[in-house]
Design a protein around this ligand. Structure first.
Ligand code: CO
Length: 129
């Protein structure tokens, strides 16, 4: 299996206002909302790849910090890999810094891990399987 893009996470200040584009213009139905990592998340599916709109549940959430620092926008890209443990081992072997040393359960109940954006050209990358 080749890696694919599982989802793009977009940080927004107003979930309903942001969802309007996907609903009214693109006509894509939403899934959710669900809550994970201190965020309320709405999913929109585009042929096997989701766009996730993320809004903070509290001021301490990573999305709140991102919004305060950078404003609304693309927050992370999530790649689906065949084997998450093998991918994390390869990250370590090649010197990439991990935010999550071990896979944890993220949105949708999937095993996930984040890489540190300092080692990936400023892009926050999430891996799942
Ligand atoms: Co994600």
């Amino acid at each position: 299996m080749q890696p694919t893009i599982a989802h793009l996470g977009i940080a927004v200040t107003d979930l309903d206002a942001a969802a309007a584009f996907y609903r009214d213009v693109l006509g894509v139905p939403s899934r959710g909302p669900e809550e994970a990592d201190g965020a309320r998340i709405l999913h929109f599916e585009f042929g096997g790849t989701d766009v996730e709109l993320l809004t903070p549940l509290n001021a301490d959430s990573p999305i709140a910090k991102f919004l305060a620092k950078r404003g609304p926008g693309i927050h992370h890209v999530c790649y689906r890999v065949p084997n998450l443990d093998a991918a994390l081992a390869a990250c370590r072997q090649h010197g990439y810094t991990l935010v999550d040393e071990h896979p944890r359960i993220g949105a949708g109940g999937h095993r996930i891990a984040f890489l540190h954006p300092k080692s990936t050209n400023g892009a926050l990358i999430e891996l799942t399987e």
